[in-house]
Design a binder for this molecule. Structure first.
Ligand SMILES: Nc1nc2c(ncn2[C@@H]2O[C@H](COP(=O)(O)OP(=O)(O)OP(=O)(O)O)[C@@H](O)[C@H]2O)c(=O)[nH]1
Length: 274
């Protein structure tokens, strides 16, 4: 589901900043801990001198008060500084991880992450004998949208299409941008019938979509290809290929429709829509 971010764009700068911050924090943490430890030792030394001084002057109460005040001031500040550093380091790591698996334009997952998850799901489906399906989604006449309204409009429409798809899915489904104007959905524990229902729901939702672009209403439709895992499906790539053939069938038979893979006559299977 991915195209690389535009070089030099704002999100690219943000990505670099987060990466840099992660590195700085990563390298700075041991140094910060060293400084803190040295500070605590220094403070302890000062306290000892102050307490000794107070005791020499015969006041145990003064010595204890000085010691308590020093400890109460230093300990929370040092603890807070360390916790803050650890927290920032962890949130930087999480942001970097999130950026690494997300498609910048649509906010869906990227192709690499999708393939990782789908491979695991495929193994799980085989191991436990449960169904699994894929839906390939391709925006119709997208070149025309770009040519008529501009690339920015195309981007905005693509974002809305991805959002409409996400809104149609269950929490356990995984949607990713495969590349260009193509999205892919993994439906764990879902057979062909369920996947066709899902695909039809997506198709309907996108067909109702319209964005306002410079005084004009821009609408979208998508074509969808569905394939379900079978005992003889050799690999994930083969399953994606089947969904791709079904998608081609949906395009060929008029667009804005759902087709499913059929080994014998793929161009006749499951055609719906308008
Ligand atoms: N705005 C925008 N356009 C993209 C993006 N990725 C791919 N495209 C455009 O999508 C268009 C795809 O064109 P085609 O492959 O001819 O397909 P289509 O015009 O959608 O026609 P059909 O798929 O046959 O319905 C091209 O013009 C690409 O430049 C993107 O991220 N943003």
């Amino acid at each position: 589901m991915f195209s690389p971010p535009l070089a030099g764009g704002p999100s690219d700068r943000r990505r670099r900043w987060i990466t840099l911050r992660g590195w700085v924090l990563g390298l700075g943490l041991p140094r910060a801990l060293t400084v803190l430890t040295a500070g605590i030792w220094l403070a302890a030394l000062c306290i000892t001198f102050l307490v000794q001084f107070a005791l020499q002057r015969g006041s145990l109460a003064l010595g204890m008060t000085i010691a308590s005040l020093c400890v109460l001031t230093i300990a929370p500040a040092a603890g807070y500084a360390v916790l803050k550093l650890l927290y920032e380091l962890e949130s930087s790591r999480q942001q970097i991880r999130q950026l690494a698996i997300t498609d910048e334009l649509t906010g869906s997952y990227n192709r690499r992450y999708f393939m990782e998850v789908a491979e695991v799901e495929l193994l799980r489906a085989r191991r436990y004998g449960v169904p699994m399906s894929l839906i390939l989604i391709d925006a119709d006449h997208f070149k025309r949208v770009n040519d008529t309204h501009g690339h920015q409009c195309g981007d905005a429409l693509l974002r809305q299409i991805a959002l409409a798809c996400r809104d149609s899915l269950r929490g356990t489904d995984v949607i990713a941008r495969l590349g260009g104007e193509e999205l892919i959905v993994l439906l764990p524990q879902t057979g062909l019938a369920g996947a066709l229902t899902m695909a039809e729901r997506i198709r309907e939702r996108v067909a109702q979509l319209a964005i306002q672009w410079r005084e004009q209403k821009v609408e979208a439709t998508v074509s969808l290809g569905v394939a379900a895992l079978r005992a003889d499906t050799p690999t994930l790539d083969a399953l994606i290929h089947e969904a791709d053939i079904a998608l081609y069938d949906a395009k060929r038979s008029g667009r804005n429709r759902v087709c499913s893979w059929n080994a014998d006559r793929p161009w006749l299977a499951g055609a719906q829509g308008t």
